[in-house]
Write a protein that binds this ligand. Structure first.
Ligand SMILES: Nc1ncnc2c1ncn2[C@@H]1O[C@H](COP(=O)(O)OP(=O)(O)OP(=O)(O)O)[C@@H](O)[C@H]1O
Ligand SMILES: [Mg+2]
Length: 261
């Protein structure tokens, strides 16, 4: 289970109202694409789900329990850039989450625990297609490879919720299409709920089970501070996509995709 309940959430920075009265029920295993104009509060919303920001009013629940007030291993995140550590190799980047969890000060794992974590990391690295780059550093990888690495880094912690902030926004169209196939497969195979911010409507409709738009309904200059953005559209995708299940209508596009396809 990994359902999110957002109830009458407001976010203000000083006098500026950024988000106003947001209520969404996100069912477990949904893949929500969040769209909206620049500056409408999409990243702020993701940061609240992550626990990096607190809402000023309202409640956010995960499986019916208030969201912890700080980021934790149940929520993974991938940003457009800079999600991975430049001074660690591919393997080191995927292992670091487990190492820090086991030993927050030394960041090390030993013996059988290290062996098991390394095996898991290698399998996940192969899953995202980076098995040939285990010892490379992020600066030696292309943008698409770095984002694949960032996905593996987040997924090794088995997050209940994966938060993506324009993760593929900086990639070339061809590379993007490839990583969309991978993203779809990862969503089908991992028991997680995904919330992804994107500027690309095509991407939103390719991947999501539901597209939610944030918009500032009152946007005259004198209204900019006093009114925030709220939900303007909430579009379920048809035919429905169900995590782990092939679509009856477009099995080739919407079902679990096996590696190499
Ligand atoms: N830490 C902060 N302190 C003050 N204001 C902030 C802070 N973070 C965000 N804001 C303001 O909140 C508003 C929403 O910002 P946010 O980054 O969430 O927008 P966005 O929808 O993600 O935009 P973009 O599509 O350009 O990434 C902006 O007006 C921004 O200036
Ligand atoms: Mg943003």
């Amino acid at each position: 289970m990994s359902a999110l309940t957002i109830e009458n959430v407001w976010k203000e920075y000083g006098d500026q109202i950024v988000l106003e009265d947001i209520s969404i029920e996100i069912e477990s295993r949904a893949f929500v694409a969040l769209v909206g104009p620049s500056g409408c509060g999409k990243t702020t919303f993701l940061r609240m789900l992550l626990g990096q920001e607190q809402q000023t009013r309202g409640t956010i629940l995960i499986d019916g329990t208030p969201l912890p007030r700080e980021p934790g291993p149940d929520r993974g995140v991938v940003f457009q850039r800079y999600s991975v550590f430049p001074h660690l190799t591919v393997l080191g980047n995927v292992l670091i989450g487990k190492e820090m969890l086991a030993s927050p000060y030394s960041g090390r794992l030993f013996g059988a625990a290290r062996k098991q974590a390394a095996e898991e990391a290698r399998a996940l690295i192969a899953e995202v297609g980076l098995e040939h780059a285990l010892d490379k550093y992020p600066a030696q990888l292309s943008g698409g490879m770095q984002q694949r690495l960032a996905l593996a880094q987040a997924l090794i912690m088995k997050p209940k919720v994966l938060l993506l902030d324009e993760p593929f926004g900086a990639l070339d169209p061809g590379i993007r299409a490839e990583i969309h196939t991978l993203m779809k497969r990862l969503w089908h195979e991992n028991p997680m709920t995904v919330v992804m911010v994107t500027h690309d409507m095509r991407e939103a409709f390719t991947l999501a089970t539901r597209v939610i738009a944030f918009e500032r309904l009152r946007d005259r200059p004198e209204e900019k501070i006093r009114y925030g953005a709220t939900i303007s559209r909430d579009i379920p995708i048809w035919p429905p996509r169900i995590a782990g299940m092939a679509s009856l209508i477009r099995p080739d596009r919407d079902g679990p995709v096996t590696q190499g396809q």
